[in-house]
Design a protein around this ligand. Structure first.
Ligand SMILES: [Cu+2]
Length: 65
């Protein structure tokens, strides 16, 4: 499925890199791109949105509802 998540806690490229690595570590087939200026995470994955959200929250980032 394809979806976007807003992650307001993304402050810089390092945050984006950390999130990308965490998601790919758990769900290697996921294609993820992150716009640091808008804090929008675009995801294409076989996992559910809830799963990806939990991975991002699990490393200390905040996903907007
Ligand atoms: Cu950062």
């Amino acid at each position: 499925m394809n979806f976007t998540l807003k992650v307001p806690s993304i402050a810089c490229e390092a945050c984006a890199s950390t999130i990308t690595k965490a998601v790919k570590n758990e769900k290697p087939e996921t294609i993820i791109s992150i716009d640091v200026s808008t804090k929008i995470v675009t995801v294409k994955t076989t996992a559910s949105e809830e799963t990806i959200r939990k991975i991002i929250e699990g490393i200390g980032h905040t996903v907007e509802d």
